[in-house]
Design a protein around this ligand. Structure first.
Ligand code: MN
Length: 726
């Protein structure tokens, strides 16, 4: 094969092409490239300019536009010569410049080693980096010409490039449906990767004379015979399986050359299913079919929708070949997939599957090559092949695949949870960025780590976008911060309760929490708090359930209120000794009625309950007054013993988020209720919270409840508890 295309040959192709190229612009690009590369030679000895010219010629074959050809001619000038992108922009405009820039960026990426699992990421990344699919097409032609001239390179470089081509570029060409480029890339790579195997297969192919001539003759005969049977419109193509295709079957599927029946193949495309079966009859009449090689994928299509008739027959001198028969519609489905076929009719729309997008590109490429007057659809197809994925590098050059919108923190956790947990900063392309930086395809990201016990921040949960990072952060908190989680969970739960104006008595609160704990399949309320704290239980979901329960509770409360008033009494450790004297009774059990909450100083009366001692009401309490009319015999006179003035004391523990003036606000709230403070102390905890212990004087528990309720309303107070162990 000729090693390169001359400029004259290229311009001949350009002028002959019906695509109507802008000859002047292409000539101008050539002149700039030739001047820029002047004096440079390729390793093979030819002037460097022969390379870009050859790449441009390959693009004419693909049916690409003027801009792509210009960019192909100029594709190495920015990297290898003095010419700048600015100059290109001034002379050739934005379009050509972006293409050259895109190819340059792809060229800069070299792969030290291509591991199996990295290969797919690399392919996707290159596609994503291309942005404009023309960039990838230029790059593929660049690689193809380099592979054609690889003999001049040293052994190690040949193998490296061959491996990279085999693993990365040939599969991309395959996905883009450019089988001619794909097969040549594979065959040329194989020549360097396994020279012995490559030569062996070529020798086997040569046994049947010229393989190409052999199968073309058959195709010619088939065409004539089909025409005789009324199928003049049959479209027939033939192919010889590529060397690498045969190699795969021989060395990977472990078959002998003779066992490969599709080394030679003829494809017949017809207008109707009826014609397909007719054609099959004609073929079986012409050639002897091999047993068990006939497959009817028309009546029973493959799971992926593929339809065709396959048969293998024996040709002249006993050489078998495969025949595939299908309609045009089946052909399109086979080439572009079911989705693409549908999309072709429906028009492209939002889709998220790479394969579907690539199928669309394949179809465009096909029409680009076949229809001389087709619009330059490819130009408008800013590929954005993978809008929902980004590909970034570790400093070692490994590719990491993340969903679009992922941050540097997501990246760190994708590397390893230990890296994420120790992260204190990030660098992108060597420059410090905020850790919530949204990563872009092609960036090299370095995670800066701190001490091992550092740990993530809870705020990160709001920043990260991958579930992997989120669950790793949560599991760190779950493991490392049990105490903190319990407090955090309790604080946020109580904050939510207040925000939703859910007012529960202590008993109701405990019952609620036990119920929620049970529903979350946890053992203790502490576990529930902890789970809320590290995010294992979503507070918003839990709140929905709590609100449900609360609505039920409110209904019950209403229902209770409709009953005749069984005056609720709250037992208090009060007796005559504690300050109330009930006339006519010694040492009886005394309770203060909830309806009027008498305080020392109030005029009071006593009501003899059935079995619960005496209940003390204010004398002017409505219940007392009506009760005295109904059952005067049960009412007794009562009065406060001397010296009973707020001689109850209570110790409280207040937990709050610390802030300036918190202490002052709490003191002011207590003072506002005219409650004496007997002692007060406060301390900060290292996590930014404050705990206050105070002892106050109150008239009774009712009074105490009022004080607690007031304190709860002070801003940032989290909880107020009665200290029990005093
Ligand atoms: Mn090049």
């Amino acid at each position: 094969m000729q090693r390169y295309t001359t400029y004259e040959e290229l311009m001949h192709m350009v002028r002959e092409s019906p695509r109507g190229y802008d000859v002047e612009k292409i000539e101008k690009a050539y002149r700039l490239a030739e001047k820029a590369h002047e004096g440079q030679n390729r390793r093979s000895g030819e002037p460097y300019i022969t390379h870009p010219v050859s790449v441009a010629a390959l693009l004419v074959d693909l049916g690409l536009d003027t801009e792509s050809l210009c960019a192909a001619l100029l594709h190495d000038v920015v990297e290898d010569t003095e010419v700048s992108l600015g100059e290109l922009r001034a002379q050739f405009g934005e379009d050509v410049t972006n293409l050259v820039d895109g190819v340059t960026k792809l060229t800069k990426i070299t792969f030290s080693s291509v591991e199996e699992q990295q290969a797919e990421n690399l392919r996707k990344m290159l596609l994503a980096m291309s942005q404009d699919i023309r960039v990838m097409l230029i790059k593929l032609c660049d690689r193809l010409h380099n592979m054609r001239t690889m003999d001049a390179q040293p052994e190690q470089k040949r193998r490296d490039k061959a491996l990279e081509t085999m693993e990365v570029y040939a599969p991309i060409a395959h996905r883009l449906g450019i089988s001619s480029i794909k097969e040549e890339l594979e065959d040329r790579s194989l020549r360097y990767l396994d020279p012995v195997g490559y030569e062996e297969i070529n020798r086997l192919l040569a046994q049947n004379g010229s393989a190409k001539v052999f199968i073309e003759n058959i195709a010619e005969k088939v065409k004539e015979r089909l025409a005789e049977h009324g199928m003049e419109t049959a479209w027939i193509s033939s192919r010889v399986k590529s060397v690498y295709g045969i190699y795969r079957k021989m060395y990977i599927q472990n078959k002998s050359f003779e066992e490969i029946y599709d080394v030679y193949a003829v494809r017949i495309i017809l207008n109707s299913v009826a014609e397909c079966y007719n054609a099959l009859g004609v073929i079986h009449d012409m050639y002897h079919p091999l047993p068990n090689r006939f497959k009817d994928y028309i009546s029973t299509s493959k799971p992926n929708g593929y339809q065709s008739l396959h048969t293998t027959v024996l040709g002249r001198e006993g050489v078998p070949f495969e025949v595939q028969i299908r309609t045009w519609e089946m052909h399109h489905t086979a080439e572009y997939g079911v989705a693409a076929h549908w999309k072709y009719k429906a028009g492209i729309s939002g889709s998220d599957k790479l394969e579907e997008r690539l199928a669309w590109v394949r179809q465009l490429l096909e029409s680009q090559r076949e229809n001389d007057d087709s619009e330059d659809l490819l130009r408008n197809l800013k590929s954005e092949l993978l809008p929902e994925e980004v590909f970034v590098f570790t400093p070692k050059g490994e590719v990491v695949n993340l969903p679009a919108g992922a941050t540097a923190i997501d990246f760190a956790y994708a590397i390893h949870s230990a890296v994420g947990n120790r992260m204190i900063g990030a660098k992108v392309n060597g420059r410090i960025v905020p850790i919530d930086h949204k990563v872009q395809t092609g960036e090299v990201i370095e995670v800066i780590t701190g001490p091992a016990n550092k740990g993530p921040s809870r705020d990160w949960l709001k920043i990260v976008t991958t579930s992997e990072a989120r669950s790793k952060i949560r599991s760190w908190f779950k493991k490392e911060r049990k105490e903190e989680n319990i407090l955090e969970g309790r604080v946020s739960l109580e904050r939510e309760l207040r925000r939703n104006q859910i007012n529960l008595t202590e008993e109701e609160y405990d019952a609620f929490m036990e119920e929620m704990t049970r529903r979350q399949h946890l053992n203790t309320v502490e576990e529930l708090y902890a789970a809320i704290g590290y995010g294992g239980v979503q507070l918003s979901r839990l709140m929905l359930k709590i609100k449900d329960e609360y609505t039920k509770l409110l209904k019950n409360r209403e229902a209770e209120q409709e009953l005749p008033p069984p005056v609720p009494l709250k037992p208090v450790a009060a007796s005559t000794a504690d300050g109330v004297i009930v006339e006519g009774l010694d040492n009886c059990l005394v309770k203060f009625a909830k309806c009027c909450s008498p305080l020392p100083g109030d005029e009071i009366v006593g009501f003899v309950t059935r079995g619960f001692g005496v209940s003390i009401h204010k004398k002017d309490c409505a219940n007392a007054r009506s009760g005295m009319v109904r059952e005067p015999e049960r009412w007794l006179r009562a009065h406060w013993a001397d010296g009973v003035k707020q001689n109850f004391t209570a110790s409280l523990e207040i937990r709050a988020l610390d802030r300036p003036a918190l202490f002052a606000d709490v003191s002011a709230a207590i003072a506002g209720m005219r409650v004496p403070i007997l002692s007060i102390s406060a301390r900060q905890t290292p996590d930014g919270r404050a705990t206050m212990s105070l002892t106050i004087g109150v008239a009774n528990t009712e009074h105490l409840d009022n004080v607690v309720a007031k304190l709860c309303k002070v801003k940032d107070v989290v909880s107020v508890d009665r200290a029990r162990d005093r």
